[in-house]
Design a protein around this ligand. Structure first.
Ligand code: G6P
Length: 611
């Protein structure tokens, strides 16, 4: 959460900062601000709300400055208003700081500074940090870099920060602990950002800072050090994301573009990884670890949000086909509840962004306890990917819409590949391997067929757009899909929705059913089908409205429900990759019809880098 960006070079920093902030807006959009140094004077412009409000204000001024920093905020400490917006600065307006993260001990630091005569004007933790740096500069006569370093040694919490000083206008000082920070290397110009998306239109060469590392960025070089002041050499990485991958490409919203991209994104997730005639899987990132994984006594999968739903589906897959016990854990609970972790456990962390703080912290804890730690991430070079011993990229391409769609289906593809890989190293026969790999390879066309039902789904959305509650029900592999369908609707339409295993309905949710309550049943042809039909009858007997996701050729369901969306059949293990697609479209259309901002729903952020 919160996006930071910075530029130093010969060009005008202002449009570069604004463009970068726009690209980082998925990380938070409560307020935005920039500061820059021009002719020895530091200025700040901030606005409450979206980056567009800031852009409007900045463009009126017609500014040009060769060095600047910018921030888009997801509020933690202090309401989302203009005063609390970053950058924060000291009393003399000679130091400017942007921050992604939380300074946990800010109150005690603030109390000390107040005693020394410092005044505070915002409710943020960040304002404390900029004044602490100011104090070190003045009291100890330190350079900017050393003052930042001293201040950070006093700080508990997480940060990705960038600091400007009018006394040293040839540099940006940056530091990282727990929040991501990337340096972009240009020709006589350098950049910093929370992620590579903000940099791709300027450079493909990046350096990832690690925790407890700092850097001084000049226009023609950078110097990296640890927070203990030891010089370090950093590797330069080449990024592969293209600028046109992060535009809407003619779609009204990123979310719709990303839903529609799924035939291609799932194809990319499986590309080069299926050996169809032998029913085998090749995953380069797991090379050398296959046996250890297949011999695990237990697999734990940990994640947050939509990625946690992918983990739940994977539990069903791995237990059925590999015969290894699987536990699925919310990363936030896992890291704090003293879990029993053994050295022969494999722990898989699923994360689209690869930056979710809880997931990263859980990973570090699992690693410390000696388990094999595997990352399943989308963002290449992300913190979770780098901290994992072994792992698989899902290759879904950049996902910008805050509600995750294509990352979910690609996570499921990768978890299916991992399942077959493990199972073929255990008891799965070649025949079954061939059957599954073939079924996986056929998914892109089947997803395409479902996307062609967009108009039908939009019509259903029209009928239910004013509902105030929704129930999503599924069984077996599709119970997690019910959870995901409900989450999508909640996130972007603000309609209360609950996902349940269909049989559990009798133990509570059935009390909610009346003739205003739509219930979405995920009812593909699988071993749970007959049971689901009974659950549908139970809802209909109470006058509930039923929308069903069923398979082509299932005519039995037609007369039982109010609306049916028919999808192609596939192997039972893979049904979630198809059944979720109508649910993504349903949530999307309902939110659009309600006039809501589907790409930036209120209160949410795509990358949650605070606890
Ligand atoms: C946020 C996003 C969700 C996402 C979750 C986990 O809540 O809004 O879409 O599923 O974080 O993110 P990750 O990047 O770890 O998959």
């Amino acid at each position: 959460m919160c996006g930071i960006v910075g530029y130093i070079g010969n060009d005008n920093s202002i449009p570069i900062l604004l463009e970068g902030l726009k690209r980082l807006e998925y990380r938070g959009y409560d307020s935005a601000g920039i500061s820059y140094i021009k002719d020895g004077i530091g200025e700040v412009i901030k606005r409450q709300g979206k980056v567009s409000a800031l852009t409007e204000a900045v463009e009126r001024e017609n500014i040009s400055a060769p060095i600047g920093i910018g921030h888009t905020r997801w509020a933690t400490h202090g309401v989302p208003n203009e005063i609390n917006a970053h950058p924060h600065y000291n009393r003399e307006k000679s130091l400017f700081l942007i921050h992604n993260g939380i300074i946990e001990n800010y109150l005690s630091i603030k109390a000390g500074l107040v005693k020394e005569g410092y005044e505070f004007f915002t409710d943020t933790d960040t304002e404390v940090l900029v004044n602490l740096i100011d104090r070190y500069i003045k009291k100890k006569n330190l350079s900017l870099f050393q003052a930042v370093r001293y201040a950070l040694n006093e700080v508990e919490g997480t940060y990705g920060i960038a600091v400007l000083s009018i006394a040293e206008p040839d540099k940006i000082v940056v530091a990282k602990n727990g929040s991501p920070l990337v340096i972009g290397i240009g020709d006589q110009e350098n950049f910093i950002a929370s992620d590579v998306n903000a940099l791709v239109s300027h450079t493909k060469q990046v350096v990832y800072l690690e925790d407890n590392e700092m850097a001084v960025i000049y226009k023609d070089r950078f110097v990296a050090k640890t927070i203990s002041d030891e010089r370090i050499e950093k590797e330069i990485h080449e990024i592969t994301v293209d600028a046109d991958e992060i535009t809407k490409g003619g779609f009204p919203h990123f979310m719709l573009k990303e839903i529609m991209e799924q035939p291609e994104s799932v194809r990319n997730s499986m590309r080069g990884r299926l050996i169809l005639d032998e029913g085998l899987i090749k995953l380069g990132g797991l090379l050398g670890y296959e046996q250890r994984i297949a011999n695990s006594n237990r697999i734990i999968i940990s994640a947050c949000g939509t990625s946690w739903h992918a983990a739940l589906v994977a539990e069903y897959m791995i237990e059925e086909f590999c015969g290894i016990p699987v536990e699925v854990e919310y990363a936030s609970e896992f890291r704090y509840r003293h879990p029993v972790i053994r050295k022969d456990d494999t722990i898989i962390f699923i994360s689209q962004s690869g930056e979710t703080l809880d997931t990263l912290a859980a990973l570090k804890e699992a690693k410390r306890r000696g388990a094999l730690v595997m990352g399943v991430c989308n963002v290449v070079g992300s913190s979770i990917a780098r901290a994992s011993e072994t792992g698989v990229y899902i290759h879904a391409g950049p996902e910008i819409g805050v509600a995750s769609t294509k990352a979910f289906t690609s996570q499921l593809i990768v978890m299916a590949l991992i399942t077959v890989l493990i199972a073929r190293n255990r008891q799965m026969s070649q025949i079954e391997g061939v059957e599954l790999t073939k079924a996986i390879s056929e998914l892109p066309e089947k997803i395409q067929e479902i996307l062609e039902l967009n108009d039908q789904i939009e019509k259903i959305a029209e009928v239910y757009k004013n509902a105030s509650n929704f129930l999503y029900l599924g069984r077996g592999y599709n119970f997690p899909v019910a959870l995901e369908g409900a989450l999508k609707l909640k996130e972007i339409s603000y309609i209360h929705a609950e996902g349940y295993p269909a049989a559990e309905m009798k133990h509570g949710p059935i009390a909610l059913i009346d003739d205003n309550m739509p219930a979405v049943f995920v009812a593909p042809n699988d071993p749970t089908y007959e049971k689901i039909i009974s659950n549908i009858m139970e809802v209909k007997a109470r006058n509930g409205k039923v929308i069903a996701i069923a398979c082509n050729g299932d005519s039995k369901i037609d007369d039982m429900v109010d609306h049916v969306i028919k999808i192609p059949t596939t192997h039972r293990m893979l049904t979630p990759i198809l059944t979720v697609i109508p649910l993504q479209l349903l949530a999307y259309h309902i939110a659009v019809k309600k006039g809501l901002n589907v790409d930036q729903p209120r209160n949410l952020a795509k990358s949650v880098t605070v606890e």
